[in-house]
Write a new protein. Structure first.
Lengths: 348, 339
């Protein structure tokens, strides 16, 4: 009976000299991820001659773009000390609603509105339960995960919705070169709408988290919600806004995914909550809240996309890939803890 | 405290009785003893899993890998039975519990020694264990014809109006309630979750208690792996997919606090029975089984709301008592008021 891990305080070291900015960048989690991404990229291009084909690479981005959109919002939520396990169920419900709307004869703009609206509503529902009433987010979102997908299941049963308007397919299948203003430079013709959405959303969340007061609030809440409250930060309202964002991003991912698959079943996006959380945690976000960066999550998304694409090229079945994802999740959390412990033991 | 708990269990009993009354109004045969015994038998696996989940939740953790553990163990045992029919059943069941306990120990080790939050560790092992079931079987099914009659039929043997499957659940409930209320380990579970710091000073190793809670949960999941495969007479990778949520739901409905330290065996069992009654009643009253998932989600949320209100009420009482007993401290900030 030595120590209690929960309450253990990290031992503070006072270094002899301050670390240089360059040293900080190269020693960071993001640098490690970038190195891993480059290594996987090289390994994949050596393993398969088809890997470096630009159209192939463009297709490979679908492995992560939709999940990453949610992962950015989830990053903010996890930094604030909460979690949303219902994101995949929100996709299922939003997709079902869009399918029903398409059956009723609504056109593409209305369908996108329905998808985003359902996402927002689901996020608001989670937000009210967690931020307003003060329930633990893990249990609440396990409940809403079952509720949202359950509603999709009631509506759909064992049926599937199809018959989306032709113009709706563009969100998940379209290329930016469909626009006349898109530059016709070499390489630009393979850029998809989802890639651009991924970059824009990453930039938006990056700016929000790293360069705004709201972003600083999120870190403050995640590090000490009680102290944040007394510093005049609207803790509950911030958390509510984060749940709204996560819901909205899930709705947007539902638009892209539904458009790409052009059909909806109640099992759509099954298990995605795990991959989204893994993506955030792999990106260096502390599952206990208080730390993490958007560039890290961008790199993690690319790493996970490359790994699944590479394994896919090697004909590894999806369920075996999920073993790798599970191992990855555990390793990226365990390794820093183990290293920190070894370092503090050798220093002490 | 005990009054609140009694109130909760009585309330659950009342709700279940009302549900059965309403359902039997639509279909009178639903309330017959045979039908009720059938509901109990059908809920046995959920009850046993809920007991393991309860042990873990009591220590402020969660085990999301129980269903994947069940799937892997069920597959391993079924393949073992198909390949070596001469292995006696008790040995197979022992092996199932052993494999399950080992998988639980992996979770427990990560939570205890490495300090990974249990939700992340078990979310990871959830996919790993189910993936391992795929790797083990190559995606193939083990069918009824490949398994021995003893393996398939033993849990179906009826004794005193209830199949052995139901009796297994009753035995598990009896043993677990004795362990939880009458042994050092059982009381440590409550102490470790109720107040880890105080438990530490009371000489309880919180991490080790958590570890053994995961081992217990895993062992029971292994047992259920055998029960599930023999009950449905088939083993494949996706058996019991999503069932971990039902076990959490049963605990939450039964008043087991997800913050740890609060809850009773009777509560978890009644929570499981509540879900079991609804599941068995839906076809009887002509509601599509597709409603079940949404209903359990809704019930989880209502139960969490209800639990939160009770926990809050309890917190206030303690503070008021503290102020009453020590008027000198009334003006001072009370530690823990934030939580």
């Amino acid at each position: 009976m030595s120590t209690l891990t929960l309450e253990k305080q990290p031992i503070r070291h006072i270094p002899d000299k301050l670390s240089t900015p360059a040293g900080r960048i190269f020693g960071s989690w993001e640098a490690l991820l970038a190195a891993v991404a480059i290594a996987i990229f090289i390994a994949n291009s050596l393993a398969s001659p088809h890997f470096l084909d630009p159209w192939n690479l463009s297709d490979a981005t679908y492995n992560f773009t939709e999940k990453a959109m949610i992962a950015f919002a989830m990053t903010l939520l996890i930094i604030s000390g909460e979690i949303d396990l219902s994101v995949a169920a929100i996709i299922a419900l939003a997709s079902t609603a869009m399918g029903a709307a398409a059956q009723a004869g609504f056109q593409t703009p209305a369908l996108v509105g329905v998808g985003l609206g359902v996402g927002l509503l689901c996020g608001a529902f989670n937000g009210v339960l967690v931020a307003r009433i003060g329930l633990p987010s893990i249990v609440v979102t396990i409940g809403t995960m079952s509720l949202f997908r359950g509603i999709a299941q009631i509506v759909l049963g064992d049926q599937a919705y199809g018959g989306y308007p032709a113009s709706f397919a563009w969100f998940g299948q379209g290329y930016m070169s469909d626009f006349s203003w898109w530059p016709t430079l070499p390489g630009f013709e393979v850029v998809t709408f989802e890639m651009v959405a991924f970059v824009v959303i990453a930039l938006a969340f990056g700016i929000l988290l790293h360069w705004t007061v709201f972003g600083r609030w999120i870190y403050a809440i995640g590090n000490n919600a009680f102290a944040a409250q007394f510093s005049g930060i609207p803790v509950q309202r911030t958390k509510f806004a984060l749940f709204l964002m996560t819901g909205l991003m899930s709705g947007f991912a539902a638009v892209c995914l539904t458009s790409r698959l052009s059909s909806t079943r109640h099992t759509i996006a099954a298990g995605w909550e795990l991959e989204v959380v893994t993506m955030a945690v792999l990106g260096g976000v502390s599952i206990l809240g208080g730390s993490g960066t958007i560039p890290g999550v961008v790199l993690a998304a690319i790493v996970m996309g490359l790994v699944t694409f590479g394994l896919g090229l090697l004909n590894v079945p999806g369920i075996v890939m999920s073993i790798f994802i599970g191992l990855l999740l555990i390793l990226v959390i365990a390794l820093p803890i183990v290293f920190r412990r070894i370092r503090s033991r050798t220093a002490a | 405290m005990s009054r609140i708990l009694k109130y909760r269990e009585l309330l659950l009993v009342a709700i279940i009785v009302v549900l059965i009354a309403v359902f039997s109004y639509r279909a009178p045969s639903f309330a017959s003893p045979e039908s009720l015994a059938n509901v109990f038998n059908d809920t046995s696996i959920l009850m046993i899993l809920a007991l393991g989940q309860m042990a873990v939740i009591l220590t402020k953790s969660i085990d999301l890998s129980v269903a994947a553990n069940l799937s892997f163990t069920g597959m391993a045992i079924a393949m073992m039975n198909a390949a070596y029919p001469q292995i006696p059943l008790p040995l197979l069941v022992g092996m199932a519990m052993g494999i399950g306990a080992f998988l639980g120990a992996i979770n427990g080790f990560m939570v205890w020694k490495i300090g990974i939050p249990s939700i992340v560790a078990t979310l990871g092992t959830l996919t790993i264990y189910r993936g391992m079931a795929f790797v083990l079987s190559g995606g193939a099914w083990v069918n009824q014809t490949q398994m021995t009659p003893a393996f398939l039929n033993t849990p179906r043997v009826v004794a005193l109006g209830l199949p052995l499957l139901g009796w297994t659940a009753i035995l598990a409930i009896a043993i677990i309630s004795l362990v939880f209320t009458r042994t050092v380990f059982g009381r440590s579970l409550y102490a470790a979750g109720g107040n880890p710091t105080a438990a530490l000073y009371a000489g309880i190793d919180v991490g080790r208690t958590r570890f053994f809670a995961f081992v217990l949960s895993g062992g029971l999941a292994g047992l259920c792996g055998y029960l599930w495969v023999s009950r449905y007479a088939v083993a494949y990778v996706d058996i019991a997919a999503g069932f971990e949520l039902d076990t959490v739901a049963a605990c939450v409905i039964g008043g087991i606090s997800t913050l740890g330290g609060i809850g009773s065996v009777a509560g978890a069992i009644l929570g499981a029975l509540f879900l079991g009654v609804i599941k068995n009643a839906l076809p009887v009253i002509n509601v599509s089984p597709f409603w079940q998932m949404a209903i359990s989600g809704f019930v989880i949320i209502v139960a969490v709301l209800f639990n939160a209100r009770q926990e809050k009420r309890k917190g206030r009482l303690i503070l008021r008592d503290a102020v009453k007993h020590r008027p000198a401290l009334a003006g001072a900030p009370v530690e823990g008021a934030a939580a």
